[in-house]
Design a protein around this ligand. Structure first.
Ligand code: ADP
Length: 447
């Protein structure tokens, strides 16, 4: 088939040849008239097909594409092919969209697409019902105008989305949602909401059960412990050959009481959804007293003392619940003492514990480094699980309950802080509590 340019050129050439021929056999005037008439007809035909094309654009139906003639036949054939492909792509796109819509409807989770400036671009029906949104009226509105929970707003703006966030529905507080934000593409965010109501109910039942059992056990244990102590103290009440058994019974009772106390502490912290108290904590004096307690513990456990160093940025305070945070620091420091041999007689080297409190990249970091037994890498992620212990007997011997780091983790979560652990087997460990900028209070230098 001839190329469209050839077709146009061929007509003009043929017309020129006819014109020349007429010039030769008749006159120049006749040739010019015929040539001009030919060009006029050619022009009129182009105008006609242009008009047809323009009319088609007014109502672009695939059936209405004219057939055309000459070079216009090619133009309309190409247009027909283009329209057919277009139609096919459109059908494929529609079916993909239909599939996508069916999949998102079938998903139990809700999905919301947020723009770079946190406006709602799109959401699924599940997200509408879970979060009380309406895509028609709420499209392009800032999400914070619609989800007004202050914790959600700080989660959104803090831009730390590694952990999901728990949101209690403001319309029905019995509904608990887990919200996860995932940044994608051009600073947009995907918000995934998951209904955790059932899961939360089971969790509450578990927590209540543990709290109730612990409460129920606390009183009888106190009574047993009290009687054992009295019997041990009473002259001649315990025969000499049974004294060691009584001592063991007393020791185990004390251990059980410690476990119960820790279980109660953990369930109180876990079930407390209120924000922690927000008073400024005098960190230098708190850490000094933590250091003193550590010296006492080192003396009791190991008879010889560790070297316990304290390095504190005296201008740096934080806001939070003082009792809870004291328990975090004490737990971490006491672990360092318990899992660090006090000294090596052969080398004369003492066990070292370094406590530090300083600013690091805009965050406040409490850190405890020891030169103790260290922890194998494979255990590190599991240390904050309840009752997870690398060496059960060592934990027991040093008065451990296996709950210390779980308590630490939950208190830190309540303070939007995180626990970092690095360790090398046989070399030592570093446990750091990292507090966000929002909790930092810098003391003014006194005049
Ligand atoms: P425990 O009461 O058993 O110490 P924790 O929850 O405080 O329970 O700690 C969990 C486990 O983590 C401990 O049993 C121990 O194996 C390990 N661990 C904690 N701190 C240290 C440390 N500083 N050095 C080595 N191991 C540690």
């Amino acid at each position: 088939m001839l190329d469209i340019r050839w077709k146009a050129g061929l007509f003009v050439c043929a017309l020129s040849v006819i014109g020349l021929f007429l010039w030769l056999i008749t006159s120049a005037t006749t040739a010019l008239i015929v040539f001009s008439l030919g060009l006029l007809i050619y022009l009129i035909s182009h105008i006609y097909w242009l008009h047809k094309l323009n009319s088609w654009f007014q109502a672009p139906e695939i059936k209405g594409i004219p057939e055309g003639s000459g070079m216009w036949e090619d133009v309309f054939t190409t247009l027909l092919q283009y329209e057919r492909n277009n139609k096919l792509n459109q059908t494929q796109l529609n079916s993909a969209l239909e599939q996508f819509s069916l999949v998102t409807r079938a998903m139990p989770d809700g999905l919301v697409i947020l723009s770079a400036s946190n406006e709602i671009e799109w959401c699924t029906p599940n997200a509408e019902s879970q979060l009380g949104l309406n895509l028609i009226t709420d499209k392009n509105l800032p999400v914070v105008n619609l989800i007004r929970d202050s914790n959600f707003i700080s989660y959104l703006y803090n831009e730390i989305y590694s952990e999901p966030f728990k949101l209690r529905s403001w319309r029905n507080p019995d509904i608990v949602l887990e919200i996860q934000l995932l940044p994608f593409a051009n600073k947009q965010k995907l918000l995934i909401s998951r209904d955790m109501t059932q899961h939360e109910k089971v969790d509450v039942m578990r927590r209540d059960f543990i709290a109730n059992v612990s409460h129920e056990l606390r009183t009888p244990l106190t009574v047993v412990g009290g009687f054992l102590e009295t019997l041990n103290d009473m002259e001649g009440a315990v025969p000499d050959n049974l004294k060691s058994y009584f001592a063991m019974m007393e020791e185990q009772t004390i251990r059980m009481r410690r476990i119960i106390e820790d279980l109660l502490t953990l369930s109180t912290i876990e079930s407390n959804t209120e924000n922690p108290e927000d008073s400024e904590i005098d960190m230098p004096s708190l850490l000094k007293s933590v250091q003193n307690d550590a010296i006492g513990l080192s003396q009791t456990l190991h008879k010889t003392k560790h070297n316990i160093h304290l390095d504190v940025d005296r201008r740096l305070n934080i806001s939070g619940a003082s009792d809870e945070l004291r328990s975090v620091f004490t737990n971490l420091v006491s672990n360092a003492i318990r899992y660090t041999p006090a000294g090596d007689k052969s080398t004369g080297k003492k066990g070292e514990v370094f406590i530090s409190w300083a600013l690091r990249n805009g965050e406040a970091v409490f850190s405890v480094r020891d030169t103790g037994i260290g922890i194998e890498q494979k255990h590190i992620d599991r240390l904050t699980e309840r009752f997870y212990r690398v060496d059960r007997s060592r934990s027991r011997e040093t008065g451990g309950t296996g709950l210390g780091l779980s308590i630490v983790k939950h208190i830190l979560i309540r303070h939007q802080a995180k626990l970092e652990i690095t360790s090398e087997l046989g070399v030592g460990s570093t446990f750091s509590a990292v507090f966000p900028k929002a909790r930092i209070v810098i003391k003014k230098a006194s005049a």
